[in-house]
Write a protein that binds this ligand. Structure first.
Ligand code: P6P
Length: 334
């Protein structure tokens, strides 16, 4: 079977389908190259002297791993000089990172979680890089945080790299979802899935069940029904998975269906869940919707949310459309 490379796919999207301009093609190529570098660093593990804590905390108050910082730097360095970006934002940086004056400023804003699931790094479980691309507002001269506060529907591209048994890049530019597997011998991304589709129905759900006693009633009702299986109102048995690496859980759902949930709960009533809107929920929601699935915060479409803060959190329910619609309807009835 003749497979095409990421480069050929992007050039065809630009030239044949006219869906992406050359500057966005360059941006995606640069990000994909940085993900290859990250894959190499992650793959070394202890041999690379890069495991363990960095002894610092990020803006989220989370302990940073050495690799969190290394991978953040890889993405900054790779994207600074190309002339395609105006600024970047990252889970690992409190404020935005404007392109240095010595480089030309481009028309895009890049947001990323450089190494999502980093609690899994030291135990050799799949982790990933998540990215989201927005256009800088017309007439913007000096980027500020406010320029990033755009709803998820304004994303022009989104994707993730997953560093697992295979290293893969999963991407959308608004024209379906394509997956590329890294051919390590050639150093190239090769398309292995074109137009990924999430099955409407599923028997698999993903949630951190250790938080069950803290869940709000709509989540508790929904999960209790799944656990009741064929003896309960759903009339069928369900299976559970929880990798605690959003990229790995979402990749499984994009591959074979399922529903992923990180709800708000009673532990911290003012905290709307754990996941961040701008560089985790929005890019994953774009991918999931482009693959025929759904993504809500329990009440409304995640991609319709008007952001107020760069690092704001949001409850996440995403995956197979029928299940997301069901759990969302339970919230609306609450
Ligand atoms: P918990 C990883 O730290 C992350 O941000 C997501 O990748 C993952 O889905 C979630 O947190 C896991 O959270 O509370 O189960 O450890």
């Amino acid at each position: 079977m003749k497979r095409i490379s990421l480069t050929q796919h992007l050039i065809e999207e630009q030239r044949l389908n006219n869906t992406i301009p050359a500057s966005l093609r360059l941006l995606i190529e640069v990000v994909s190259r940085a993900c290859k570098t990250i894959s190499h660093a992650v793959g070394k593990g202890a041999l690379g002297e890069v495991l363990g804590s960095a002894g610092s905390e990020n803006v989220q108050g989370e302990v940073q791993k050495k690799l969190d910082i290394i991978c953040n730097d890889y993405l900054l360095q790779a994207n600074e000089w190309g002339g395609h970006l105006a600024a970047m934002a990252s889970e690992e940086m409190e404020t935005i990172h404007p392109i240095p004056n010595r480089y030309p400023m481009g028309e895009y804003l890049l947001l990323f979680d450089p190494l999502d699931g980093s609690s899994n790094i030291d135990v050799n479980v799949s982790i990933g890089t998540i990215f989201s691309v927005l256009k800088a507002p017309e007439g913007m001269t000096t980027p500020t945080e406010i320029d990033f506060l755009q709803a998820g529907t304004r994303q022009v591209a989104a994707g993730y790299a997953i560093y697992g048994p295979q290293t893969m890049l999963v991407l959308t530019t608004g024209n379906g979802v394509q997956a590329f597997t890294l051919d390590r011998e050639m150093g190239s991304w090769v398309m292995t899935t074109n137009n990924a589709q999430i099955p409407e129905e599923t028997k698999e759900f993903a949630i951190n069940a250790s938080n069950a006693r803290h869940w709000h009633p709509p989540v508790k009702r929904y999960i209790d029904e799944l656990l009741a299986g064929s003896t309960g109102p759903r009339g069928k048995d369900f299976n559970m998975r929880w990798v605690a690496s959003m990229v790995a859980d979402v990749h499984r759902i994009l591959t074979r269906g399922g529903v992923f949930m990180y709800p708000a709960d009673a532990r911290e009533p003012d905290k709307p869940g754990k996941l961040r809107l701008m560089y985790e929920a929005n890019p994953m929601a774009f991918l999931v919707e482009q693959a025929g699935g759904a993504a809500t915060d329990g009440r409304g479409r995640i991609m319709d949310i008007q952001p107020e803060k760069l690092h704001q959190r949001v409850p996440v329910f995403l995956g197979s459309r029928s299940e997301v619609e069901r759990v969302t309807s339970y919230h609306r009835q609450d």
